[in-house]
Write a protein that binds this ligand. Structure first.
Ligand SMILES: [Zn+2]
Length: 985
C-alpha cells in the first residue's frame, strides 16, 4: 500500500457528467476554426481524433443535445465497422490469433493461462460491469503469488469497447510471455524481474455490446452510454463523481498497487500519446517529458523496422504530448500519472478501430518487440528500498531536487510492503531526497543515472525523537485573479502527533522567483493539538496575464511534511465576455444576414474598445454598424455584423472581426460564411439520345429555367464546336430573371457527316456558377434509298370487278434492301384487297413489283380506304394510300369530292399545311386522330364547288403543341374520305 499525499478536495466545476438515460452512441465530424475551441468542446462530447481542423467525435444523446447548441455543422458518420469479423467460438480457434474471441472464449483463454502456468500466472477478476461481465487482470511474474521487490507494470486495453486491436494483442502477449518463459532469455528476464499485469479489456460491455458472441456491434461507450476514458478524476478539472462502475473498479485496483509504468491501448489513430492530456505542453509540460519522448520514440522506431510508415497518421515521428494533439479531461492516462505517480502512455495502435481479422497478425508483428521493450523500461532509472535503520520498510516519498514538481505529481512513493521505489528518469546527475513521516529526511547527492542502466540507491532513515506530524488544509490553492488584485487564502496547519509541541517551517519553493506569493508567517510552534493559520497573499501586480504555479513547502525538523501547490490564472482587468465566439453560417447568394455580437465588460474598469473587420478592403461582404464604444463595468454593447452576399460570388468567405480593447489584448471572432449558389437552374432534357436517318435533320428543344434566387446570365455552346459541326444552337447567350424559362433549339443535320455515332456535350455556363452539361448522342443510320411508284392508288371500280395495281419498288441506293409489305388502316374487314407478295430482297439498282389486287365482289357502293405499307428492314417505311370507290351508278362521271390533296411538311414540328380542291359538297370535315383512334381535333368547314383550299392548320389548331408522335389527318365528306399519316417531331 502506499501513501496518498494529496487529500483530494476538488470543487466540481459547472460541468459535471451525469448519467445518461439514453444510451445511443453517435459518431460524427465537424470543423473548428481554431484548436482552442476544443478546450470547451472536449468537456461536452468525446473527441476521438483531430486532423488539422477536422474533429471526429462521439456523443450520447445528452452530450449531442448539448453540443448542438454550439452551432457546429455536424456530419454524422458510419461507425467504423469491419467487413469480416470471424469470431473464435472455441479456444482452439484462437490458436492462429486471427479471430476475435467470443466472451466465453475470452474467459476460458484466461482461465487456461492460469491453469497451464500456475507458477507464473494468476488470474483475477477485479470487478463486474453493469451487464455482468468481468474486468479481468492477469498477473504474470515469477513467484506470482508473492509481492517482490520488482516494479509493477500494467498493460490495459480497449477502454473504448470498439478499439479492439489491443484486446487481441494483449491476449497474444500474455500467451507469448507464458509460452516463451524459460526458452527466450528476454521474456524470461521480463517475467522474472517485473510484476506484469495485463487487463486485456477494460470495457467488455462496449466490446460485446451486440452480445457475447460477436464484436461486430462493439461501441466506444460502456453500457450506460458513458465514455470511460473521460470519466476519471482530472488533474486540472478535478473529481468527476459519480463514477461509472468500470472507472471505480479501475481506481480501486490502482489504489491497491504501485504501478511504476503503464500503457493503455486505443485505436482509430496510430500514435504514442504521453501526459498530459488535460494540458498542452506549453501550458504544463510534464517534468519527465524528455523521458516520455525517448521511450515513445523507441517504441515507434522499433515498430517501423517492420512497417516503415507505421504510426504516422497523426505525427510524422509518431509521438505527441496528449494535449498538443487535442485536450481531453478525465482520461485514464492523466489519472494514473497524476494520482498514482505512474508513467502511463496512451498507445493508439491501429487506424482502424475494429481491424479485419486477417490484419490482426500484421499488427502483432508491428508491435511485438516494442511491447516487450516498453515493459523493460521500468527496470531502468533509480531504484532501491527505503527502510528505517532498524530494517522496517517505509512509506516514503522520493523527491528529485530541482526536477520534481508536485504540480505534476512527478515524485514517486515507495511500496510500503517492501519499501521499494522505482524512479524512471533520463540520464543525468541528481540530488534525491527520501522522506517519510516521523523520520528525518535523507538526501543523496550527485546520483548518476546512465542510459539503459539501473542505479541502485537505498535509504535508511532515522526516526525523529519528537515524532512530528503536521497536516495542512487546503491541499491545493486554485484561483483566478485580475491585474493588480490581492487575494488571500488561509492555510491551516495542525499538529496531529502526540508530541507535546512541534516546530514547523513554511516557505515558498523558489521564493526568489515567486515573489507574487507571500506568507504572513514563516515558522511556528504548535503545542498539543493546536492549529496555526498561515495567510497566503497572492498579488497579481507583478504578473502578466497567464497561468502561474508555485509550491508552498511545509517542513518540520528538516523533514518535508507537505506541499501545497498554488495554481493561479491572472486575467486582464479588462475582461470582456464576447458572444458569439465564432460566426459560422450558410447563406444563399443574394441573401443578407445580420449577426449580433455582444461585448460585456466583466472586468474591473471601464473600457474603450474598437471593433473592426480585419482586412476590411478585401472583405466588403461584411460590415459592422458600430466601430468604437465605451463600456462601463458590467455594461453590454450589441454590435450588428451584416453580411451581404449579392455580387461576391459563391463559396467560403472567411474573415476575422477584431475587438481591440484599450490597454489589453485583442479578441478575435472568426467569421466563416458559406455562400451557396443561388444560381440554381433546372435544365431539360438531361441528355439527348436519338437515332435519325442520314440526310435527315432533327431539332431538339432545350429548356433552361432559373429556379434560383437571383437573375442569371448564361451562355450555351457546343463543346469543341469546330469538330462538331453536325449540331448547332439557335441561341448562345441569355439572361434569365427569377423563374424565367428560355428555350434553345439544338439542330442536328446529318447530311455530309457519314453514319454512326455522333457525340458531343452542350455546355451551359452560368455566371458565377458551375457549368451544366447536356450530353448528346446521335446515331445516324445509313440512308436506305428506295422509290415507290405509284405513291397512291385512287380508283373507281364497278361491283364484281377484280383489278390489279402494280406497285414498283426501286432500290436507288448502292446496298441491298429487304422489304416487307402489308395492308394497313383497312376500313372494311372483308378480304377485298390482297397482295401478291409480302416481302422481298432487292439488290442495288434493281426493282421489284408488288401487285395489289382489288376484288369488289363483296363490296357495296361507297369508299374503301387502306394503305399499302412498305417497310424496309432498317425501319424506314412508306405508306401508299389506297382509295377505292365502288360505283353502282355507272353513268355518273367518276369524280372524287376532294382532289389534288397535298400535305406538307411531313414530318412536321411547328406547322403543317393542307391543299386540296372540293367538288359537289357544301361542307367537309377536317379531323385529326392519334394512333389510338381518339379525335384530337375536329372541325366542319363550309365550301363551294370547285374551291381550292389552302389551310395552314396552325391557324385553326395548335399542331405545334401536339406531343411528338404519329397522327392521322382526315378530310371527309358524306361519301368521300381521305386519310394521311402525319408525324410530329
Ligand atoms: Zn480510444
Amino acid at each position: 500500500m502506499k501513501k496518498i499525499i494529496y487529500i483530494l478536495i476538488f470543487i466540481l466545476g459547472t460541468f459535471g457528467k451525469t448519467f445518461s438515460q439514453d444510451y445511443n452512441e453517435y459518431y460524427f465530424k465537424f470543423e473548428i476554426t481554431d484548436q482552442s475551441e476544443l478546450d470547451t468542446i472536449t468537456q461536452i462530447i468525446s473527441i476521438d481524433n483531430v486532423m488539422g481542423l477536422e474533429v471526429f467525435a462521439y456523443a450520447n444523446q445528452q452530450e449531442l443535445d448539448e453540443f448542438q447548441k454550439m452551432d457546429y455543422k455536424i456530419e454524422f458518420l458510419q461507425k467504423d465497422v469491419s467487413k469480416s469479423i470471424a469470431m473464435a467460438t472455441t479456444v482452439a480457434e484462437m490458436s492462429s490469433w486471427n479471430r476475435y474471441p467470443t466472451y466465453s472464449v475470452y474467459r476460458q483463454l484466461l482461465k487456461n493461462f492460469e491453469s497451464n502456468y500456475p507458477s507464473i500466472c494468476k488470474l483475477d477478476s477485479i470487478g463486474t460491469t453493469k451487464n455482468g461481465r468481468k474486468l479481468y487482470v492477469l498477473k504474470i511474474s515469477d513467484n506470482v503469488n508473492i509481492e517482490e521487490n520488482e516494479p509493477e507494470f500494467l498493460y490495459t486495453s480497449t477502454i473504448h469497447g470498439d478499439e479492439a486491436t489491443g484486446f487481441v494483442l494483449m491476449l497474444r502477449l500474455a500467451d507469448s510471455l507464458l509460452t516463451s518463459y524459460n526458452s527466450k532469455p528476454k521474456i524470461t528476464n521480463l517475467v522474472n524481474e517485473i510484476e506484469i499485469f495485463i487487463n486485456p479489456n477494460a470495457n467488455p460491455d462496449g466490446t460485446y455490446y451486440g452480445g457475447d458472441n460477436t464484436v461486430s456491434s462493439a461501441r466506444r461507450y460502456n453500457a450506460n452510454g458513458v465514455d470511460l476514458n473521460r470519466d476519471f478524476p482530472d488533474p486540472r478539472i478535478g473529481a468527476n463523481t459519480p463514477y461509472q462502475p468500470e472507472t471505480q473498479i479501475m481506481m480501486d485496483f490502482a489504489e491497491q498497487h504501485n504501478f511504476v509504468m503503464a500503457a493503455n491501448f486505443h485505436g482509430g489513430a496510430e500514435v504514442m500519446n504521453y501526459p498530459w492530456d488535460t494540458w498542452t505542453s506549453s501550458q504544463n509540460s510534464h517534468a519527465d517529458t524528455d523521458w516520455f519522448e525517448r521511450i515513445c520514440t523507441n517504441y515507434v522506431t522499433i515498430a517501423r523496422t517492420v512497417l516503415s510508415n507505421y504510426m504516422s497518421s497523426i505525427r510524422s515521428d509518431g509521438v505527441t504530448e496528449g494535449g498538443d494533439w487535442y485536450v481531453i479531461t478525465g482520461g485514464r492516462q492523466d489519472y494514473m500519472s497524476y494520482w498514482h505517480q505512474c508513467r502511463e502512455v496512451t498507445i493508439e495502435i491501429s487506424n482502424t478501430k475494429l481491424l479485419d481479422v486477417e490484419n490482426l497478425n500484421k499488427y502483432w508483428n508491428y508491435n511485438k518487440i516494442s511491447l516487450l521493450n516498453y515493459m523493460n523500461e521500468c527496470l531502468y532509472g533509480v531504484r532501491g528500498v527505503v527502510k528505517s535503520v532498524e530494517g522496517f520498510p517505509l512509506d516514503a516519498m522520493i523527491w528529485i531536487i530541482d526536477h520534481d514538481s508536485s504540480g505534476d505529481s512527478s515524485m514517486v512513493f515507495t511500496d510500503s510492503d517492501l519499501g521499494d521505489y522505482h524512479r524512471l528518469i533520463e540520464p543525468g546527475l541528481y540530488d534525491i531526497v527520501a522522506s517519510s513521516e516521523g523520520y528525518s529526511s535523507d538526501t543523496a547527492k550527485n546520483v548518476s543515472v546512465t542510459l539503459n542502466n539501473t542505479t541502485w540507491l537505498n535509504f535508511n532513515l532515522v526516526a525523529k525523537d519528537d515524532s512530528i506530524s503536521l497536516k495542512t488544509y487546503p491541499a491545493l490553492i486554485n484561483d483566478t485573479l485580475f491585474f493588480d488584485q490581492l487575494i488571500t487564502h488561509d492555510i491551516v496547519i495542525s499538529n496531529d502527533s502526540s508530541a507535546a509541541f512541534t516546530n514547523y517551517e513554511i516557505e515558498i519553493e523558489n521564493g526568489a522567483e515567486n515573489q507574487w506569493i507571500e506568507l504572513n508567517n514563516y515558522s511556528g510552534t504548535l503545542y498539543g493539538t493546536e492549529n496555526d493559520t498561515v495567510v497566503v497573499s497572492i498579488n497579481s501586480n507583478l504578473l502578466n496575464a497567464g497561468y502561474f504555479s508555485a509550491n508552498i513547502l511545509l517542513t518540520s525538523a528538516d523533514s518535508k511534511m507537505d506541499t501545497v501547490p498554488v495554481h493561479i490564472i491572472v486575467k486582464d482587468t479588462i475582461s470582456t465576455e464576447i458572444e458569439p465566439i465564432i460566426i459560422i453560417d450558410t447563406l444563399w447568394g443574394g441573401e443578407i444576414s445580420d449577426y449580433e455580437i455582444f461585448i460585456e465588460n466583466n472586468g474591473l474598469i471601464s473600457l474603450n474598445y474598437a471593433i473592426q473587420i480585419e482586412d476590411n478592403e478585401s472583405n466588403q461582404w461584411i460590415s459592422l454598424d458600430k466601430h468604437i464604444g465605451n463600456l462601463l463595468i458590467t455594461e453590454i454593447d450589441t454590435i450588428k455584423a451584416s453580411v451581404t452576399t449579392q455580387g461576391f460570388g459563391f463559396g467560403n468567405f472567411n474573415c476575422n472581426i477584431i475587438i481591440e480593447k484599450e490597454n489589453s489584448t485583442n479578441d478575435t471572432i472568426p467569421v466563416s460564411i458559406y455562400v451557396k449558389d443561388t444560381v440554381s437552374v433546372q435544365i431539360e432534357p438531361e441528355f439527348i439520345i436519338d437515332t435519325i436517318w442520314g440526310g435527315e435533320s432533327s431539332d431538339y428543344n432545350l429548356m433552361i429555367k432559373n429556379d434560383g434566387l437571383i437573375s442569371i446570365n448564361y451562355s450555351i455552346q457546343i463543346e469543341d464546336e469546330e469538330s462538331n459541326q453536325w449540331i448547332s444552337l439557335d441561341n448562345h447567350i441569355g439572361e434569365l430573371l427569377i423563374t424565367e424559362i428560355d428555350t434553345i433549339k439544338a439542330s442536328v443535320i446529318t447530311q455530309g457527316f457519314g453514319f454512326g455515332n455522333f457525340n458531343c456535350n452542350i455546355i451551359i455556363e452560368k455566371e458565377n456558377s458551375s457549368n451544366d452539361t447536356i450530353p448528346v448522342n446521335i446515331n445516324i443510320k445509313d440512308t436506305i434509298n428506295f422509290k415507290i411508284d405509284p405513291t397512291f392508288i385512287n380508283d373507281t371500280l364497278n361491283p364484281d370487278t377484280i383489278k390489279e395495281f402494280p406497285v414498283v419498288i426501286s432500290n436507288t441506293g448502292p446496298g441491298t434492301i429487304k422489304y416487307t409489305s402489308l395492308i394497313g388502316y383497312v376500313t372494311k374487314s372483308e378480304p377485298w384487297i390482297i397482295l401478291t407478295n409480302d416481302e422481298g430482297i432487292i439488290n442495288g439498282g434493281n426493282n421489284d413489283t408488288i401487285f395489289v389486287t382489288i376484288d369488289t365482289k363483296d363490296l357495296t357502293s361507297g369508299n374503301y380506304t387502306c394503305a399499302l405499307i412498305i417497310s424496309e428492314e432498317s425501319g424506314k417505311s412508306q405508306d401508299i394510300p389506297i382509295n377505292i370507290f365502288v360505283n353502282f351508278a355507272q353513268s355518273v362521271e367518276l369524280m372524287n369530292d376532294i382532289t389534288e390533296f397535298k400535305l406538307y411538311p411531313n414530318p412536321f414540328s411547328e406547322q403543317i399545311r393542307l391543299e386540296f380542291f372540293t367538288f359537289r359538297v357544301s361542307h367537309f370535315n377536317l379531323s385529326i386522330y392519334n394512333i389510338w383512334g381518339n379525335t384530337v381535333f375536329e372541325k366542319n368547314i363550309a365550301t363551294l364547288n370547285n374551291e381550292k383550299h389552302d389551310i395552314i392548320l396552325n391557324n385553326i389548331f395548335s399542331v405545334q403543341n401536339l406531343p411528338n408522335g404519329i397522327y392521322f389527318i382526315q378530310i371527309s365528306t358524306s361519301n368521300y374520305k381521305i386519310t394521311r399519316k402525319i408525324i410530329k417531331n
